[in-house]
Design a protein around this ligand. Structure first.
Ligand SMILES: Cc1cc2nc3c(=O)[nH]c(=O)nc-3n(C[C@H](O)[C@H](O)[C@H](O)COP(=O)(O)OP(=O)(O)OC[C@H]3O[C@@H](n4cnc5c(N)ncnc54)[C@H](O)[C@@H]3O)c2cc1C
Length: 476
């Protein structure tokens, strides 16, 4: 059997390649850049560990822990400091701790009595059953109230998607919230009555899932997987075209051509839009019937260029402990737009993982840009450091200059599952049917988190196996 081609050595592609190889399937991983890991980027310098992309991996599925064990990384797994549980949301221009227990919600100063009463009223609000797709903003205002959106959900959406709550689809970006309404008629009722079913399915809600990293940051995971794949990983090798021939997929890169039994695309949606996909064998229509014999046909992927990936800059600053008034004990703080700051939020990185700063220092990781202020993300590093320091001065009482500063600009950070995203998902299903042996996996299809990407990489291996064994394309 010809090797399976995997496009992209981000965590999705490396996970898929690692498990295919373990099953005895030969693989070639093509990576356009000169490094593995995709958006994951950790560096250690001057005693600080800077994590620019994702900071933690959530164990939402048993498959995550299994990958860590299969990769032999159990001893390098780093669980967060048990005292770093507190999460803050900025209100009245200062970080206010979020209530850890449900009853704390009624005493917190984060929300007015009007917002608190809207939570008590939520179980009595009729579910929407007309099939109209709503934004997360519409959904929250309908079931709770505007204050809840402006002071909580807006900050959460910035923290997860760097997105705009008025554009993100509740159905596609927050499918579990929508499912609570659909299945239980209410989010509050669903939280209470759905707990047992979620436990049975082995699912862990994202807000309760254990989070972890590795001794030298998350980069340890892709680096280890790549090491195990050895020469199969081809760096600086951008794929430009796939051609389906009579009995194989021909993959064209800047380095030449090679034949493969199947192709798994684990790159980004905007790169998928740039790829030329041709098929020289009969094309199958969605119902499996042949529609064209023996002609060379191109399959257009240009629609994927409409998927938005706003820019984000990650800014990591190190300070002397005595130069920061706030204890910075906890996970970090989220900042709603209404509070008027430029940064989207800050992770208290060295509270979470003390080894991320030398003794007597702390590391703070802040994000700028996203859908809220896209124009700020591409500012020169010195300007970004100034902006972050200005905001942290007000929010955390930062006094002195940082003793460590570093940043990474992501021109296309996180895909926005905006209202209407279902059209792209349908196109992806359709593409797999029109081009049997081509598989799509990763953050642009199966959820944007690191854990979603890992699970997507594991699941695509099962789909490849089923197709290879049955000779039929498998619908997702
Ligand atoms: C700033 C930031 C912070 C984040 N924080 C968190 C977090 O805290 N928790 C969390 O769970 N998730 C977080 N995420 C999301 C999560 O990290 C990503 O969704 C996940 O890592 C995506 O992995 P991937 O392999 O699907 O894609 P990517 O990491 O984007 O990798 C795709 C790879 O494909 C390559 N490629 C693309 N096209 C081609 C081609 N034609 N030929 C060859 N190679 C190609 C690219 O060069 C890239 O290396 C964050 C993301 C960002 C950007």
């Amino acid at each position: 059997m010809k090797p399976v081609a995997i496009i992209g050595a981000g965590i999705t592609g490396l996970t898929a390649a690692f498990y295919l190889k373990r099953k005895g399937v030969s693989v070639t991983v093509y990576e356009a850049s000169g490094r593995v890991g995709g958006v994951i980027q950790s560096i250690r310098k001057d005693g600080f560990l800077a994590e620019f992309g994702p900071n933690t991996l959530l164990e939402t599925s048993p498959k995550i822990g299994q990958l860590v064990r299969d990769a032999g990384l159990q001893s390098r797994r780093l669980d967060p400091d048990s005292t770093a549980e507190a999460r803050y949301v900025v209100r009245y221009r200062r970080p206010v701790e979020m209530p850890a227990k449900p009853l704390g919600f009624f005493t917190t100063e984060l929300f007015s009595w009007k917002a608190k009463l809207s939570v008590l009223r939520e179980p009595f609000i009729k579910p929407r059953r007309d099939g109209m797709e709503e934004s997360i903003a519409q959904f929250v205002v309908r079931r709770f109230n505007q204050e809840f959106l402006d002071h909580a959900i807006d900050a959460l959406v910035a923290g997860i998607y760097a997105g705009d709550p008025y554009k993100l689809s509740v159905t596609h970006a927050f499918p579990k919230l929508k499912a609570l309404e659909d299945n239980y008629g209410s989010m509050i009722k669903g939280q209470i009555f759905g707990a047992r079913e979620r436990k049975k399915r082995g699912e862990v809600a994202k807000d309760r899932a254990p989070k972890f990293s590795f001794d030298e940051g998350l980069q340890v995971l892709p680096d280890t997987l790549a090491k195990k794949l050895g020469d199969a990983v081809k760096l600086n090798t951008a794929v430009t075209k796939f051609t389906k021939t009579a009995d194989a997929w021909r993959v064209t890169t800047n380095a030449g051509e090679a034949e493969h039994s199947a192709v798994i695309f684990c790159g980004t949606a905007m790169k998928l839009a740039e790829l030329a996909i041709e098929t020289r064998t009969p094309l199958a229509s969605s119902d499996g019937e042949r529609v064209a014999e023996g002609r060379e046909r191109g399959i257009s992927t240009s629609a994927y260029s409409e998927i938005r990936y706003p820019p984000v800059a990650s800014v990591v600053l190190g300070f002397r402990r005595e130069d920061v008034a706030h204890p910075c004990q906890g996970f970090g703080m989220l900042i709603p737009k209404i509070e008027g700051f430029k940064i989207l939020g800050t992770i208290f990185s060295s509270s979470l993982f003390p080894s991320r700063a030398p003794a007597g220092h702390l590391t703070l990781t802040s994000y700028i840009g996203g859908e809220r202020y896209p124009e700020l993300a591409s500012l020169p590093p010195e300007r970004l450091f100034e902006i972050v320091c200005e905001d942290l001065r007000v929010l955390l009482g930062v006094r002195g200059k940082p003793v460590f500063q570093n940043c990474v600009f992501y021109p296309h950070a996180i895909p926005q599952y905006n209202v209407g995203y279902g059209r792209f998902k349908d196109l992806m299903n359709d593409l797999e049917i029109k081009a049997p042996g081509l598989f799509l996996a990763g953050h642009y299809r199966d959820g944007i988190s690191l854990s979603d990407s890992i699970v997507s990489g594991i699941n695509v291996v099962e789909r490849v196996e089923k197709t290879v064994n049955s000779g039929q394309p498998v619908r997702t």
